[in-house]
Write a protein that binds this ligand. Structure first.
Ligand code: ZN
Length: 420
C-alpha cells in the first residue's frame, strides 16, 4: 500500500501558495462579515480598532486588528459568560462544548471539524486502517478531534484514550492495529512494556503509521519509536481551540501549513506580522462560523519557512514548536528564548550550570551569562562568547562563578532591569 504519496485534498494542497492565499482572503471576508454581525465581542473589537468589516479585504489587512491572546479569552469568558461574546450562532447550531484548563470553553459548531484528516493522510494513514486513538475523550477536545478525523478518512478506530498499557498491547495484537494516534512518548512506553512481556513490537504488531502531537518530537524519540515498531512516525501542530494548523509530510523538514486556517507569525510585542524565517508568536484566524477566532494568539513560538517540498504540497512549513511567548525576554531589541540559550550552551560539556542575567547600564541592555564550569579559563570564555554572538545575534558576556553559586531553580534567564 502506498503510504508516502498522494493528497487528501488534491486540488487544495497542490494549488500554488498565492492561489491558496487568495482563497483564504475570500473566505476571510465572509467570516469577518458574519462574525462582526453575530458575535458581539468581534463587533466590539472591530469598532475599537476603527475598522469596518469591509476594510478587511486581504490577509495583510488582518494586521489592522490586534492579537487576542489566550489569557484574554479566559478573561472575556469570565466577564461575559459563557463564551465571552464570541459565539456567532444560536445554541441549536452548537454540537459540543469543550473545557480546557483556564478555564476556557470552546464551542464546536454543527459540521465544523478540526481538519486533522489532512494531516493523518500526509502521515500515511489510509482508508480501512484499523487505528487506536489514545487521546483523552473527556472535557478537552483532542480525543474527539481525532475520532472525527479518522472517521472522515474511513479508518475504523478503538477509542482507547490514555488507557492501561497492557490493554493497549492486547488491542494492538488482537485487532492488527495499523495506525496509532497519540503522544509518541506514550507509544514508546507501550513498546517498552511489550518488550518486557517478551514481545518484539516490530515483529508481533502490524503497526505501520503513528501520528503524534501535543508535545515536542525530538529526533531521538522519533527514531526510537520508529525502530521499535518498524513504523513511520509523523507529527502535527495544533491547539485545543484551533485544531490542526500544520503537519509533516513524508519528506519531513517542518510542517506544512494546513489549508483550513490563516496562520501568521507575529511579533509577540506589537502583534505585527513577521517575515519568513523570523521567530514569533503563532497567531491564528479560523473560518469557523460558530466560534470565529480572529487573530487568536496561541502563545506558542515558531517560524515559517518557504521553499519547495518533494511531496508536492505547496504551502510553506512551520518550523515546529520553539517555546512559549511568556518565556521570552527582549534584550538589546531581540527576543531571547531560554531554549535558544540552552541549545547554544549545550555545545560546551565543561559548563555545569549557567544563568543569563539581563541588566541595564548607561541606558543600554547588558546580558551576562553567569557560568559554572569544570575548567574555567579565558579560551573557553572566548569560545562561548563567540557561539552566543552567533546563535543569539546579540553580544553576551560570560562571567565565571564558583561551583555551587547559582541557585538550582531551573531558571535560565533572569531579568534584573529596572525601568523608571
Ligand atoms: Zn512536503
Amino acid at each position: 500500500m502506498d503510504r508516502t504519496t498522494g493528497f487528501l485534498h488534491q486540488d487544495l494542497e497542490q494549488r500554488s501558495w498565492d492561489e491558496q492565499r487568495d482563497e483564504q482572503a475570500r473566505r476571510l471576508q465572509g467570516v469577518i462579515a458574519h462574525a462582526a454581525a453575530n458575535a458581539p465581542a468581534i463587533g466590539a473589537l472591530l469598532k475599537a480598532s476603527g475598522v469596518a468589516p469591509g476594510d478587511i479585504r486581504s490577509l495583510e489587512d488582518l494586521a489592522k486588528l490586534p492579537v487576542t491572546p489566550k489569557a484574554k479569552l479566559v478573561d472575556m469568558q469570565r466577564e461575559n459568560p459563557p463564551f465571552g461574546g464570541l459565539l456567532a450562532v444560536p445554541l441549536d447550531q452548537v454540537r459540543r462544548v469543550f473545557r480546557s484548563p483556564g478555564p476556557i470553553y470552546d464551542p464546536q459548531g454543527l459540521d465544523e471539524g478540526w481538519g486533522w484528516e489532512e494531516a493523518l493522510f500526509a502521515a500515511g494513514f489510509r482508508r480501512g486502517d484499523m487505528c487506536i486513538n489514545t487521546f483523552g475523550y473527556q472535557m478537552t477536545p483532542a480525543g474527539m478531534m481525532f475520532d472525527d478525523a479518522l472517521g472522515t478518512l474511513g479508518c475504523p478506530l478503538v477509542p482507547t484514550g490514555v488507557g492501561d498499557r497492557e490493554v493497549q498491547i492486547e488491542i494492538l495484537r488482537n485487532l492488527g492495529v495499523a495506525g496509532f494516534v497519540g503522544m509518541a512518548s506514550f507509544l514508546l512506553q507501550i513498546g517498552e512494556r511489550a518488550k518486557e512481556q517478551g514481545l518484539d513490537p516490530a515483529r508481533d504488531f502490524g503497526l505501520k503509521v503513528a501520528f503524534t502531537t501535543a508535545e515536542p518530537l525530538p529526533d531521538t524519540l522519533r527514531s526510537s519509536v520508529e525502530t521499535l515498531f518498524g513504523a513511520t512516525v509523523r507529527q502535527g501542530f495544533g491547539t485545543a481551540d484551533c485544531g490542526c494548523l500544520a503537519y509533516e509530510c513524508h519528506a519531513k523538514g517542518g510542517m506544512h501549513l494546513a489549508s483550513r486556517a490563516i496562520v501568521e507569525i507575529a511579533d509577540p510585542e506589537t502583534g505585527q506580522p513577521l517575515g519568513p524565517g523570523q521567530v514569533g508568536e503563532v497567531v491564528v484566524t479560523l473560518f469557523n462560523r460558530a466560534y470565529p477566532l480572529i487573530r487568536f494568539g496561541t502563545g506558542d513560538l515558531s517560524a515559517v519557512d518557504h521553499g519547495d517540498c518533494a511531496c508536492g504540497r505547496r504551502s510553506p512549513k512551520l518550523r515546529g514548536w520553539l517555546g512559549r511567548c511568556d518565556q521570552l525576554v527582549k534584550v538589546k531589541g531581540m527576543f531571547l528564548h531560554p531554549g535558544t540559550l540552552q541549545g547554544a550552551m549545550r555545545a560546551f560539556p565543561e559548563v555545569t550550570r549557567f544563568r543569563a542575567v539581563a541588566t541595564r547600564a548607561d541606558n543600554r541592555d547588558v546580558l551576562t551569562v553567569r557560568t559554572e564550569a569544570t575548567a574555567p579559563d579565558a579560551g573557553l570564555k572566548a569560545r562561548i562568547e563567540e557561539r552566543l554572538r552567533e546563535i543569539l545575534t546579540i553580544g553576551a558576556e560570560v562571567e565565571w562563578v564558583a561551583a555551587g553559586t547559582l541557585p538550582d531553580d531551573g531558571k535560565v534567564i533572569e531579568d534584573l532591569r529596572k525601568w523608571d
